[in-house]
Structure formats: C-alpha cells, structure tokens
Design a protein around this ligand. Structure first.
Ligand SMILES: [Zn+2]
Length: 147
C-alpha cells in the first residue's frame, strides 16, 4: 500500500503485463487486490481518511478512475465513491463492471478499463445523485492531490 507512486496518466504500456511482471511491479497488497480480486480488511487503507481534492488512479497502471469530489464517507471502512470519472473524459479509460458470482448473491465487480485490475465492487445503496456505492480497495488506488 503506497500513495507515493508518481501519477502516470496515459501510460498504456502498463497494460498487458505478464503475471510475473505484475508480481514484480506491485506490492504484495496491490498484487492480491488488483490481480487476484482480494479484498483488503476494512479500515486498513489510509485513503479512507483522505479528504483532499485530487484524483484517485488505478495503482496498477495510473489510469485516473475516481475524482475526489465523488468520494464520500460510507462508514464501511473502504474508500467509497458515488461515481467514477466518465470514460469519455480525456486522459482516462474509466472503469468497467462485470457480475461476480463468488458469493451466493451475485455482486457487481469494478475493474480498471485500462489494465483490468480489480478495484472493488459497486452496490445500489449509495447517495444521490447516482444512488451507487463504489466500494473500493485503497490498495488498488493511488491518490494524487491537486496543486
Ligand atoms: Zn489499471
């Protein structure tokens, strides 16, 4: 878990790495979450308390995915957002979702559209205006405050 990685917007070369390369380039926590769909323990990420204005990017490839102005305190112990950066926005590839059947009740999994890294899940109990709760792993994110 690190929030000090340089912000590498638009670095498409990060996508398409081998498993070995991901293992080498990520911390064990980042690798477990991004590449193996692990979920970090609630309350474990310093990004829970990150309140500054800035951008949350995929820790795997630097793709900017969630702006700080859609972050809110969900009380779950995971960084939570009500909307991702629109994929039409310049400089981002946005996020994609797919249905995850790992538990009895299917959940919607959220991943980085650039490198496929697992970020978390999205639920329908979020605040206005979207009603969505993007429940993310801090280990999958790098935060860069605005100047
Ligand atoms: Zn990514």
């Amino acid at each position: 878990m690190t929030i000090s990685n340089p912000f590498r917007s638009g670095d498409k070369r990060e996508a398409g790495k081998s498993d070995e390369e991901w293992r080498r380039d990520l911390t064990p926590e980042q690798y477990a979450v991004l590449r193996k769909d692990a979920t970090e323990p609630p309350g474990s990420s310093p990004l829970n308390d990150e309140k500054r204005a800035g951008m949350f990017a995929c820790a795997g490839c630097g793709n900017p995915v969630f702006p700080s102005d859609t972050k809110y305190e969900s009380g779950t112990g995971w960084p939570s957002f009500y909307a991702p950066l629109p994929s039409e926005e310049e400089g981002t590839d946005g996020v994609e979702t797919k249905t995850d059947f790992k538990l009895v009740v299917p959940r919607t999994e959220v991943h980085c559209a650039r490198c496929g890294g697992h970020l978390g899940h999205v639920f329908n109990d979020g605040p206005a205006p979207t009603g969505k709760r993007y429940c993310l792993n801090g280990a999958a994110l790098d935060f860069t405050p605005h100047d």
